[in-house]
Design a binder for this molecule. Sequence first.
Ligand SMILES: [Zn+2]
Length: 393
Amino acid sequence: MNQEKSELYCNGLDAGEVAYILQMPGFKLGQFPFRYLGIPISYKRMPVGDCSRLVEKVVERIRGWGARKLSYAGRLVLIRAVLTQLHSFWARIFIIPLTVIDKITRICRNYLWAGSDKYGRAPAVSWDQVCLGKKYGGLGIKDCRLWNTAQIAKYTAWLATKSDHLWIKWVDHIYMKGRYWYDYSPSLNSSWVWRTICKVKDRVKAGFINDVWCANQGQYTVASGYAWLQGDLVKVDWWPMIWNRLSLPKYTFIGWLMIQERLLTKDRMLRFGVLIDGLCEICRTQMEDHQHLFYLCDFSSRCWDLLRAWLVVPLPTTDVLQWCSRWRCRSLLKKQLVHAAMVALIYHIWMARNVCREEHRVPCPNNIAKEIRCYIQNLYKSNEMKSRFSLVL
Ligand SMILES: [Zn+2]
């Protein structure tokens, strides 16, 4: 018996079935692993080395031209593009070993925080938090492990409903032999792929009530499986302010870090053991911490006052989180413009602090307020024009 035939036998086919398949036109005996669209396909666990092309592709994109010089917001876009390709192409075709998923996650995490695939800086926010949806306080990056599990769970849903699919019929005939799917346990000599599918089935079976998927009107989708695997999440009050469609991405990212008090202010640097003087870079009279830098410093409070007077809105004086849970506005456009102005101001205060640190000069609050005013006025004009245009249409 040659090796290829023995592989067919190992997969549960008897001699008669192998002979039957081989005499069918268009079928010939092949060998695992084979390549499909450049991706190695195997019924065995894919050796990590065979997935190296996948890791190389991620690193190539990240090391590509200009990728190092991107801002946080630009890096976030690039990571999303790389991971979308991974989820929508590679993970749909084969089960990615966890070692490879963890390696890709590590590369993306290093790139987000340090601009390189190598570790260069401690992450300001945990990867678990980064992978939460924007409404739940994260950046909306997909968790590769969970997404891959949700992809595999798709087979679980197919098997539960006995879809009219050749592979399902084959699996039922070879492995399950008419047994109830949710009580089924694979034998120890089953293939790695089959055992992985069964392991995922055990993890997600609580989501199938009487064999019907508990969300999305009973239709299993990878997105609904992913949401279910994430569990019950709590929305944060500040998400409409930060993820405002009118805000520039560079403002948004700094705003997202600030609202979680994760910007590297001097008090945090001292806590991490960095030897520096802790004085505020702008006023040089008080210790620099989150509260002082963004609200209490004379420079910052002057900027807030100018913005408050112009917008005629009671903007926060000490705590933007509390303000987000209390402030209400009936006009959606006004709400978005006020949010955009606040996130822009947070960005400018942080940048002013960095300018002071590097260039030893304090930007003028009036100039910052003027810049934000122009930015908001332009946003208003373009949105007004858009709404008029849609009315004409
Ligand atoms: Zn100060």
